[in-house]
Design a protein around this ligand. Structure first.
Ligand code: HEM
Length: 157
């Protein structure tokens, strides 16, 4: 393999590992907002007490969102600018991209809602929360199905 190909493969593997780690921490800290960890005594496990602290889990969720957005833009631009001729999104890729977009948009709107000078109606805030949660569950379920069925994001063009 030439040097250029090797470094592209290493870069791609790093992006994948970072993406999986980010998804893991987003899910872990997102469910911490509900809250479930102290209700089900998981935060009593030595070393996991921080899971019951909303400020810590929310700040990690925010940092994860920044990393996730960076990765999404990196992969999207890489795909559009250099891979579009060799590959296209598969059907399962479209479904996951749509669900991830819904999660990111609803998450970004909740961030706006959390700003001190922004006021959304109670009904809208509840709908937004439920939409984010439903989007997250559907996205994670779709990823599990694709993992089991070995479906890829892209197919040869
Ligand atoms: C795949 C990635 C993500 C997962 C698995 C995830 C998961 C979750 C879950 C389960 C909740 C709790 C929902 C509820 O209480 O009903 C939540 C809340 C939240 N998420 Fe996400 N989320 C993700 C991406 C994002 C992104 C990209 C953003 C921002 C752009 C974001 C911002 C938020 C905010 C602000 C909250 C509410 C925190 C609060 O109550 O202040 N999330 N997330």
């Amino acid at each position: 393999m030439s040097g250029e190909k090797t470094s592209a493969a290493v870069r791609w593997r790093s992006v994948k590992v970072l993406y999986l780690l980010t998804l893991f921490f987003m899910a872990l800290t997102g469910f911490g907002q509900m809250p479930i960890y102290n209700r089900y005594y998981m935060s009593d496990i030595p070393g996991l007490g921080w899971l019951a602290d909303f400020y810590i889990t929310r700040n990690i969720h925010y940092i994860g969102a920044v990393i996730l957005l960076g990765l999404v833009f990196y992969v999207a631009f890489d795909f559009i600018l250099s891979k579009r001729r060799q590959a296209q999104l598969s059907a399962s890729g479209w479904v996951r991209a749509a669900l991830l977009t819904a999660v990111i948009f609803s998450g970004a709107l909740i961030v706006v809602k959390n700003l001190p000078y922004v006021h959304f109606s109670d009904g809208f805030v509840i709908a937004l929360d439920l939409f984010h949660l439903a989007g997250v569950m559907a996205f994670l379920a779709a990823n599990c199905v694709c993992l089991i069925a070995q479906k890829k994001w892209t197919a040869a063009a």
